[in-house]
Design a protein around this ligand. Sequence first.
Ligand code: PEP
Length: 258
Amino acid sequence: TTASTFWLGTSWKMTKTLAEAGDYADELRTAALAGQVPPELRLFVLPPVTALATVRDRLDGAQLDRARLLLGAQNAYPGPEGPVTGEVSMGMVRDAGARMVELGHAERRTLLGETDELIAAKVAAAVSAGLIPLVCVGETAAERDRGDTASVVAGQVRAALGGLGRLAPAELLIAYEPHWAIGAQGRAAAPDDVADGLAVVRQVLAEELPDSTTGVLYGGSVDAGNAADLASGLDVDGLFVGRAAWTAAGLLDLAHRC
Ligand code: PEP
């Protein structure tokens, strides 16, 4: 990549006890204090909501300011605090240490039936709460096979921004994550496929949010074997990683490959 800052982040998804989360944070803190986090990287870590405050507290003093290491949530609900059983609000995750919130991940769209409409409401609520939205978009294998990748991805980006109205996000991240490239059944997309998806996202952003600071990331089976090629060979502002960064050593290894 030619960008002066490069995003590298991980979602822990539905993994980690508090003890495991604390150990990860301690390792990251030690590495940061030892100067082992490359200065051009902006790292982010999205623990499960149960561990957010623990990770925040354990990273305290790591001398990574908020711009260089952001904590985030993997989801939050777009409404004021109140009677919504089982959910947490944007303000609550912010209070627990989140500066960013992931929205629209493939697993939430498919396993939990999240719609474009709900995701749009979440994006607007995140911006109102002062959180950086990290919106995931991407086509399914069937949509790809039908040749619908560009229209599906463009539609998801447009829909996600559709609730903003006059709200201008200070910063917004979009991760292009083809559903078929994610998780244990996935295989990383080939650079040409990634490039096409990223270009669609950039095009819609240029049309819809020309004045905002946006970053376009790739995610889906990123690992130590492909990170360097993806980071250097594409017009991409960062990589979003699941499994390969579920240990601090994994994240730090990737940090040196980007
Ligand atoms: C993801 O689900 O966002 C992801 C990138 O997962 P993985 O790296 O494990 O494919």
